[in-house]
Design a protein around this ligand. Structure first.
Ligand SMILES: Nc1ncnc2c1ncn2[C@@H]1O[C@H](COP(=O)(O)OP(=O)(O)O)[C@@H](O)[C@H]1O
Ligand SMILES: [Mg+2]
Length: 389
């Protein structure tokens, strides 16, 4: 649990953080969001005592952070930042061992932990443990940063734009991985971002700030449907039905029994299959079930040769994973011009697909759920503070 009570930070006459009060329950992710300069980083730095509040109180667990030494406090807090801050002269493994070393873990325990964490963040240890930071891409560096923050298994994680330096595709992958890791580790997390989609995707609660002040603290659904004021409304953006798709996973909308053909595929085989297929597309996999592409039966019917009706793809880019968000799946479909997109596991095995129509259905489902929740609230209490549209 993390609790802020009337926390204020002044620099001379300027107020960086102004009377901030909110509480993050144990095991939840609070996403702190707001425009640049609104006080997000200042807030995180006060929580781990890199700087001290001018007034107010901060509790981590049951303890007022001011009553604990900074060293002791930081042992229980993992901190990951946008610029990663990896030590350039230390290997990936040595970077991850930074805090365990301070804690005087024995060598074997540290090495096991490095292996475990690199695997967790999706970097094969035998390939990455010995690399140096300059040999990593931006996204790989940020994963190592996250692994380092997790190293001593702190119950609380503070993350300041941890995926900020990553391109959109890898960012989506890191978010998916973060969500997966969090489902099993259940840390108490404050995650800073200025990306609304990232906030909606990852947050249990969103704390939206402006000019050092809290504007609203609510679940993503509440904040999308009942913004507390015009600023919140405008900040969250217009395409709110689409944004809600960021909360739904592919696994909730996918079809699992899809027509597929594995192993060798002679033109005869393909044509035979086309003749008896009841859907237009048949997925093609290798002998192990890894997605290789698909076959358009319709194209054969109108005279294209069997070979030309085959589209070969790379599952890494042309398919999604079960825990990808529907919003991302939709944007991939639109990007590629697909009416549906294949779903594979992390090693490319075909699991099913998601159709555009399933995305549409999920969208109207979530609208209905919102409307129902809204009606229930309307009936129960007055609905002050929401923005009329
Ligand atoms: N050390 C400092 N001295 C003076 N002003 C600062 C200092 N650190 C931050 N500020 C100011 O406090 C405000 C909040 O900064 P910050 O917390 O870094 O914002 P964010 O992380 O939301 O972009 C900004 O106006 C910034 O200029
Ligand atoms: Mg910042």
């Amino acid at each position: 649990m993390i609790r802020l009570e009337q926390v204020t930070k002044r620099y001379g006459d300027a107020v960086a953080v102004d009377g901030l009060t909110f509480e993050v329950p144990e095991g939840e992710v609070c996403v702190l969001i707001g425009p640049s300069g609104c006080g997000k980083t200042t807030t995180l730095r006060m929580i781990n005592r890199l700087i001290e509040p001018t007034s107010g109180h901060i509790f981590v667990g049951d303890r007022d952070v001011m009553s604990v030494t900074p060293e002791e406090l930081r042992r229980g807090l993992g901190y990951a930042i946008q610029s990663v801050g990896l030590f350039p002269h230390l290997s990936v493994a040595e970077n991850i061992m930074t805090v365990p070393k301070l804690l005087k873990w024995d060598r074997k325990r540290m090495e096991e932990r490095v292996e475990e964490l690199l695997t967790l963040v999706g970097l094969p240890p035998e390939e990455y443990a010995g690399k140096y930071p300059r040999q990593l891409s931006g996204g790989e560096g940020q994963r190592v940063g996250v692994a380092r923050a997790l190293a001593a298994d702190p119950p609380v994680l503070l993350m300041d734009e941890p995926f900020g330096a990553v391109d959109p595709l890898n960012r989506e992958r890191l978010q998916t991985e973060f969500a997966r890791i969090q489902r099993s580790l259940r840390k108490t997390v404050i995650f800073v971002t200025h990306d609304v989609d990232e906030a909606i995707r990852l947050a249990d609660h969103i704390a939206l700030m402006r000019d050092g002040r809290l504007q609203q603290y609510a679940t993503p659904e509440e904040i999308l449907d009942h913004p507390a004021n015009k600023f919140v409304h405008d900040f969250m953006g217009a395409d709110r039905a689409l944004k809600r798709l960021g909360r739904v996973r592919v696994s909730e909308a996918m079809r699992t029994a899809v027509p597929s053909l594995s192993g060798g595929r002679s033109p005869q085989e393909l044509s035979t299959r086309a003749a008896c297929a009841d859907t237009r597309f048949v997925y093609l996999t290798d002998a192990d079930g890894r997605l290789e592409g698909w076959f358009d039966c319709h194209a054969v019917e109108i005279g294209t040769t069997a070979e030309d009706a085959v589209t070969l793809v790379d599952w890494r880019d042309d398919a999604v994973r079960p825990d990808t968000s529907l919003k991302e799946a939709l944007s991939r479909m639109l990007g590629h011009g697909y009416r549906s997109i294949a779903v594979t596991d992390l090693t490319g095995h075909l699991l099913g697909d998601v159709a555009f129509s399933a995305v549409e259905a999920a969208m109207s489902d979530s609208d209905e759920r919102m409307a129902a929740a809204h009606d229930a609230r309307e009936g129960a209490a007055s609905d002050e503070g929401s923005v009329p549209e």
